[in-house]
Design a protein around this ligand. Sequence first.
Ligand code: PHE
Length: 339
Amino acid sequence: MLELKHALSELEKVVDVAQLENFFQIYLWKKGLLNEEFKVMVDLPAEEKKEKWAKLSEIKTKLTQAYEAKEQYFKMGYINEQLEKDLIDISLDASKDIWAYSLLAEIRRDAEEICKSMGFIVEYGTEIVTKFENFESVNIPLTHPATEMHDTIYLNDKDASGENLILRTHTSSMQNYLIQKYWLPLKAVVPGRTYRFENMDASHDTMFYQMEWIVIDKNISIAHFKEMITKLLSALLHKNVETRMRPGYFPFVEPGFEIDVRYEIYNKETEKKELSNWMEILGAGMIHANVLKEAGVDSTQWSGFAFGIGISRLAAVRYWIKDIRYFTNGDLRFAKSFA
Ligand code: PHE
């Protein structure tokens, strides 16, 4: 009878896919050694047959398992090799229709179009930033407890002053960069990814999308901001919204606000229209004099406002999504339901 030990040692010697295929042909193929032995057994007396059959079955199981493990090993090696070569994940089955719109991209594009029509520059900036850009340029001293709230991912690479580079924790880190790049008057938006140390839940994720608005000109006041934010949110949410301003603290604005929205919804039970609850949707404020000073701007001449919206949160409101993690967890059932 075929010896398991011998077959396994033969398998051991296999070093590439071609040899593995050869091994399969010899041992496991339907006309291979194993099946030949099963065939021969058909004519044996019942007792003997039973015993040998069981033994041979066991050999077949073990050999097949060992073969499959090796096959898997080669496959992974091949995939990893390809991945290293061109960074494209070839393990995805391209024959299937797997694309779907990303709701986050859709709302970002919408926002960009609306902003362009309002005369804003759209700029993506960089996700890797200096600590100066992320903290000090927006009036957060490195010793400030707010840097802890914004704990993030530190890179090994360093900036010119020897500080480690980090992944930006908010798009406000682009304020100084935008002022330097375009100077004044300035109307610009930055959509993009931001990273934070967060306990993940339905409305918090460690990577999330933000969009920052910055307006600096002569005689800019809170009234300009209030008018703009209401129009903008109505356009973005496809509803007429009401906005409410509450005092809020952010080191880079003075005064600072939290903005809530509410809008009319249809209550299916009472069959009447009613107002939704107030929802906190963004942080905002008049740009702090220290931020302007740090960028070399004379704050007696210029003033402005800035605000930052979580795009994921906005999309959640617009599309009635309960958990923002759906946007990025790659679940095709979710993505396809909006295709
Ligand atoms: N950067 C703030 C945040 O991430 C939002 C904000 C932007 C607040 C601009 C005020 C002004 O929470």
